[in-house]
Ligand binder design. Structure first.
Ligand SMILES: Cc1cc2nc3c(=O)[nH]c(=O)nc-3n(C[C@H](O)[C@H](O)[C@H](O)COP(=O)(O)OP(=O)(O)OC[C@H]3O[C@@H](n4cnc5c(N)ncnc54)[C@H](O)[C@@H]3O)c2cc1C
Length: 326
């Protein structure tokens, strides 16, 4: 790879599994490819909870035909990080990290792509594979930006012997609640639904249900947060308003894509679903030559596209690119 080269047949924005699988498909088809990444390689997976075990088994996370071999049924976050690093090395992909894309404009050659660091690239085609992880859903309640409130869960050790309120009823909230409980925090789970999501990992659901039954984790269902104050959370429950002690608060209620930058790139966004306008048979957006890949395709329904199916987008896009020049 030539690190001085700034033009390519395909410039890919985002080095997650979706962007990387596209890059491999393009390279295998004889196209030149540059991947631009604002953080580290597979940055969002790097920022997952430290103790995360994937729902997917490894063969469903494989890209580029590189076997993902582990000694357990499901990979950890670390297994996955190691795997995608190996894939990038194996396929000798040109991935340029720590300089995010800010602008994409039409140019005579296709597109001119500008980065936060001031670099300019030229791409005949662009693939936007920027995921959604930067934009956690918010509750929109007073106090949500206080310093003891977090929208991401990392690891449990800081919260030993503390009162922690976890808001949410899906995998992220449930796994954080269990991890915190097992590392000495006093946990209260607050969820607006009547019960936990049916999508909670099947081997975790009995664990959390039994911890709640035993009173080891407190849970408030059909409850919504009204305000967050220093040291407490005020919650509306079916029994009335309660003030819960909370040295820390985790709001883990999902994510939505950053549609601002997609709009700036010229992509039309559906105001209801937040999905980028695209042809499902090619993944080309309303901007000719600009494609979307991975979970960025799904808008706010990002649980519909994950690594397992987003990794297949590269083949669709590269076929469309090849057909467009045939
Ligand atoms: C806790 C958790 C558990 C999960 N478990 C599973 C599972 O078991 N199985 C499964 O299939 N999926 C799972 N997922 C979903 C999966 O992680 C995502 O679907 C997947 O990461 C999407 O890949 P992607 O390449 O589309 O986007 P991402 O992995 O989100 O990658 C997007 C990349 O784009 C970069 N980027 C963003 N903006 C810019 C910019 N302007 N310029 C340059 N780079 C940019 C980001 O830094 C990031 O590296 C899980 C998700 C979470 C949060």
């Amino acid at each position: 790879m030539d690190s001085m080269n700034t033009s390519a047949d395909v410039v890919i924005v985002g080095a997650g599994p979706g962007g990387l699988s596209c890059a491999i498909e393009a390279k295998n088809a004889g196209l030149s490819v540059i991947v631009l990444e604002k953080g580290s390689l597979v940055d969002y997976i790097r920022r997952f909870p430290a103790n995360l075990v994937w729902f997917s088994t490894p063969e469903l996370l494989e890209i580029g035909g590189v076997p993902f071999v582990i000694s357990t049924v499901r990979p950890t976050r670390v297994d996955t990080l190691n795997y995608y690093q190996k894939v990038v090395r194996f396929h000798r992909l040109d991935v340029r990290c720590f300089d995010g894309v800010r602008t994409i404009h039409r140019s005579p050659e296709g597109f001119e792509i500008g980065t936060a660091g001031g670099a300019l690239y030229t791409g005949r085609n662009v693939v936007v594979a920027t995921g959604y992880f930067d934009n956690p859903n918010r509750l929109g309640v007073p106090g949500e930006d206080l310093p003891h409130v977090r929208h991401y869960y990392d690891e449990p050790f800081m919260y030993f012997d503390s009162d922690v309120v976890v808001v949410g009823g899906r995998n992220s909230a449930v796994e954080a609640a269990l991890d915190l409980y097992r590392h000495g925090a006093r946990v209260r789970l607050v969820h607006r639904g009547e019960r936990l999501s049916e999508g909670v990992k099947y081997w975790i659901l009995p664990d959390i249900e039994n911890r709640i039954k035993a009173g080891e984790i407190q849970a408030s269902f059909r409850s919504t947060v009204l305000t967050i104050q220093s040291g407490a959370v005020t919650v509306k429950t079916p029994g009335g308003t309660e003030r819960l002690p909370a040295a820390f608060v985790f709001i883990l209620v999902g994510f939505h894509p950053d549609v601002t930058h997609m709009r700036e790139f010229g992509i039309r966004i559906d105001p209801e679903t937040l999905a980028p306008e695209h042809d499902p048979s090619t993944l080309e957006t309303n901007v000719p030559g600009m494609y979307v890949a991975g979970s960025a395709v799904a808008g706010k329904y990002n649980n519909k596209i994950f690594v397992e199916n987003g990794r297949l987008h590269g083949r669709v896009i590269v076929s469309a690119i090849l057909a467009s020049v045939a």
